[in-house]
Ligand binder design. Structure first.
Ligand code: FES
Ligand code: FES
Length: 151
């Protein structure tokens, strides 16, 4: 089936199969590898993208349901250089690996879009579905909190 969607601001018209996931569409068809496959079952958050501004696990979204919608992957955050939240991650030493960081950034951006003054507890709750198996979350929380406070 044929769908139209916008990915990182670019309109695309694509042929997809009914059982293809949005993650497969991004990675296998379009070569956009920002979203990663971790668990493949909606648990880890590595495949997070924003669908009309809301974080979703793209491994659980069927590609045809993205018809007419806006998809943002982490590369879509950048305009003229890094997004200020990415800069906050760099400043606070919060950048981790390429599996977890893209989803964390997108989830945090979506939270701060709807709740710009989110406190640490709200940030922690929002990021509850983005797992890292290697290290702690303190610096990530520091970075998002600093950005929310305009620091
Ligand atoms: S790969 Fe989609 S949530 Fe883990
Ligand atoms: S999964 Fe990315 S640093 Fe642990």
């Amino acid at each position: 089936m044929r769908i139209n969607l916008t990915i990182n601001g670019r309109q695309r018209e694509l042929e997809v199969s009914p059982h293809q996931t949005l993650l497969q569409l991004l990675r296998d068809t379009l070569g956009i590898h920002d979203a990663k496959e971790g668990c493949g079952e909606g648990v880890c958050g590595a495949c997070t993208v924003l669908l009309d501004g809301r974080p979703v696990s793209s491994c659980l979204v069927l590609a045809p349901t993205a018809h007419g919608r806006q998809i943002l992957t982490v590369r879509g955050l950048e305009e003229d250089g890094l997004h200020p939240l990415q800069e906050a991650f760099v400043r606070h030493g919060a950048v981790q690996c390429g599996f977890c960081t893209p989803g964390i950034l997108l989830t945090a951006c979506a939270l701060l879009e709807r709740d710009p003054g989110a406190d640490r507890e709200a940030i922690r709750r929002a990021l509850g579905g983005n797992l890292c198996r290697c290290t702690g979350y303190a610096k990530i929380l520091d970075a998002v909190e600093a950005y929310a406070r305009g620091l």
